[in-house]
Design a protein around this ligand. Structure first.
Ligand code: CP
Length: 305
């Protein structure tokens, strides 16, 4: 069985195929009738052991646009609270003739564990601090639409690199597709080994990173994943690493602002930037549906449908 567990496992050809297929589905989504029969009679379970707005809804929408049958499982309200294990939960759901699994989990490696034990195709919808592959793919589609190509594009990833699966998946993808990357944030949130492993530039000064880049992908501080306080206050973070209109206007160049969501307004991004014409944040969300349709379609055995 083939899975989409992370960008780490993909070749540049795999990534190009996913992006080209997503572009084709995006054209389908512009039509008056958006639904295609590609995954008719395929049943997909969306297993969310961790909260989500964009990923959960766009997977469900992608499945519906492909005519799949969908089941939505959230850990709260399920028998997980009675002590049922991940594997028992999934095996019980699969016994009802479910074909594919989309899973978000707070434990890094949870979908990789599952892939060793179940026969169904799995798509990772975010695992702990490890990877969020469909986010990196939708980010790549959004950057390609805006700037033409990822090859040679200068991308700054700004913020909490250490706790971000979005950063990690983007670092894999951008490296494989020939973009230039700088990571920027407080030294406490940029582990040295990560920057070295991905062979990327590290810049602790926000203005310098913004002056250098074509695209700034701004990340949220993941307070829920920090087991120690790595800077004193969010106010202090905003003063050093928050992006506001005054700062952007002083650069003398027009950079593209991205954010995976959810935004902490007034912390990493001010509203006069998030809601401006320089931001492609809602285009990213729109592209999430087409990218997830592409991933589901390519992992199903329905390419001839
Ligand atoms: N970008 C993203 O994964 O958002 P959600 O957590 O709302 O799905």
């Amino acid at each position: 069985t083939r899975h989409l567990l992370g960008i780490k496992d993909l070749t540049p050809q795999d990534i190009s195929l996913l992006l080209q297929t997503a572009q084709q589905f995006k054209e389908v989504l512009q039509r008056p009738i958006k639904k295609v029969p590609s995954l008719r009679d395929i049943t997909i379970v969306n297993l969310f052991f961790e909260n989500s707005t964009r990923t959960r809804i766009s997977f469900e929408l992608a499945e519906k646009r492909l005519s799949a049958d969908t089941i939505n499982f959230t850990a709260s309200g399920s028998s997980v609270s009675k002590g049922e294990t991940l594997l028992d939960t999934v095996n019980n759901i699969l016994s009802m003739k479910v074909d594919m699994v989309v899973m978000r989990h707070s434990a890094s490696g949870a979908p990789h564990f599952l892939a060793k034990h179940i026969p169904a195709a799995i798509i990772n919808a975010g695992d702990g601090i490890n990877e969020h592959p469909t986010q990196a793919l939708l980010d790549a589609l959004s950057m390609t639409e805006k700037h033409g190509s990822l090859e040679g594009l200068k991308v700054a990833i700004i913020g909490d690199i250490m706790h971000s699966r979005v950063a990690q998946s983007n670092l894999y993808l951008l490296g494989k597709m020939g973009a230039e990357v700088t990571v920027c944030g407080p030294p406490t949130l940029i582990p040295k080994h990560l920057a070295e492993a991905f062979n990327v530039r590290v810049e602790y000064n926000l203005r310098k990173a913004l002056e250098w880049c074509d695209v700034a992908n701004v990340l949220r501080i993941q307070l829920e994943r920090q087991n120690q306080v790595l800077f004193s206050t969010l106010r202090e973070y905003n003063l050093s690493y928050g992006i506001n209109r005054r700062l952007l206007d002083s650069l003398g160049k027009d950079i593209t602002i991205m954010h995976p969501g959810p935004i902490n307004r007034g912390v990493e991004l001010d509203s006069d930037v998030a809601d401006s014409g320089q931001s492609i944040i809602l285009q990213q969300v729109e592209n999430g549906v087409a990218v997830r349709m592409a991933a589901l379609y390519l992992l199903s055995n329905r390419q001839q449908a």
